[in-house]
Design a protein around this ligand. Structure first.
Ligand code: ACO
Length: 330
């Protein structure tokens, strides 16, 4: 066990300006505002323009972050970007972001864990800091899912949006209450084909045929993913609470991945937490995958709901399939 305790020092978010409403989607596919609201809880989401890439939105979140923190970019010695919509397959978006921020030599890499990406990122950063390999980590969840959306598929195109959240993960000083208490991550690759971008990798390199078949876009068997999500997110939340001797009653805030309001409600019920203690912004941003938790977290810090010392559970589920949770005092 390390003597070094680790905390989230600051968190910030950024989204593109352009709003895509349910009514806009009614004009694109055979759907209704009523269906989208009642089946998902979504009302609008953000869509980036043709010139914006993941690192551009990530940069905006990071600029806000460094304005809030006493740390400077030169203090960062680890950069982790969680994304399934990187600027390019390579180089990593983490390296691109490092260059844009002017951060000197340090490890920088992307991780692919779908919507659980931010929780994976926090877990990795915590361990780098605990074992002395890094001091101040920048962990970013960024996603431009509208860039890989199939706009002819009503099953998926209504669900996703763009955004970024960034956190500074640093050592907690002696006597400080803020701390990442515990993290839990898991996955089960046998469900990988339920949520997949089939084209563009080494399995199906980009060709005229892959593009014509829309294989470069996101494919999801939503109904099957839904059932596994309810089970896994519930279990991830219960596990992290139980092994640290807490119940839902002790928690100030649950910040769940914003994929579907019905999944969020089921998770909240599973840990018996009051609805008013659940951070929800799915109606504004839709599912922003690895950006969803830091977006919700940062927004609740900005509007004063979350305060220093609050006990919080982060809980997510996504492509892989992956899932995980974090217990922390902000
Ligand atoms: N508008 C109108 N009707 C629709 C739409 C739409 N946009 N989409 C689907 N339907 C129809 C279907 O065609 C179907 O019609 P049918 O009964 O005539 O065949 C009916 O609605 C029901 O479809 P289901 O897929 O069973 O609907 P469900 O209630 O499961 O909701 C949803 C679909 C919202 C996708 C849900 O399953 C879900 O949220 N799944 C989980 C998503 C998730 O958690 N993903 C993981 C993270 S994403 C990541 O990692 C990138």
């Amino acid at each position: 066990m390390s003597d070094i305790r680790v905390k989230i020092d600051e968190i910030a978010m950024a989204v593109p300006d352009n709003v895509l409403t349910n009514q806009d989607l009614e004009k694109i596919v055979n759907t209704t505002d009523e269906w989208i609201r009642t089946r998902t809880g979504m009302v609008e989401r953000r869509k980036s323009d043709d010139h914006t890439a993941a690192s551009d939105i990530a940069l905006k979140a990071c600029e806000k972050l460094f304005k809030r923190s006493s740390l400077r970019t030169r203090d960062i010695d680890l950069i982790i970007v969680a994304t399934v919509t990187p600027d390019h397959a390579f180089p990593s978006t983490a390296c691109i972001l490092q260059h844009k921020l002017g951060i000197p030599n340090c490890p920088a890499f992307d991780i692919s864990a779908g919507c659980t990406g931010f929780i994976y990122g926090i877990t990795i950063a915590k361990q780098f800091i605990e074992n002395g390999s890094a001091t101040n980590a920048l962990v970013v969840g960024v996603e431009l899912l509208t860039k890989i959306t199939n706009w002819t598929d009503r099953n998926t195109c209504v669900l996703f949006g763009d955004g970024a959240g960034a956190a500074l993960v640093t050592p907690a000083h002696k006597g400080e209450i803020s701390e990442i208490i515990d993290t839990y991550i898991s996955s089960d690759g046998k469900y990988g084909n339920l949520l997949i971008q089939q084209g563009g990798g080494s399995r199906n390199p980009t060709s005229k045929e892959t593009v014509e078949k829309n294989m470069h876009t996101l494919y999801m068997e939503g109904n099957r993913v839904f059932k596994i999500a309810v089970k896994s997110m519930g279990e991830a939340a219960v596990r992290i609470l139980e092994r640290n001797g807490f119940t839902g009653d002790n928690i100030d805030w649950l910040i769940p991945h914003q994929a579907n309001l019905r999944i969020i409600d089921a998770t909240a019920k599973r840990i018996h937490i009051l609805p008013q203690k659940v951070i929800i912004n799915i109606e504004k941003y839709g599912n922003t995958s690895s950006a969803s938790i830091p977006l919700a977290f940062a927004e609740a810090v900005e509007d004063g709901r979350i305060r220093r010392g609050d006990l919080i559970v982060l809980d997510a589920f996504g492509a892989g399939l992956t899932w995980g949770s974090v217990l922390l005092r902000y």
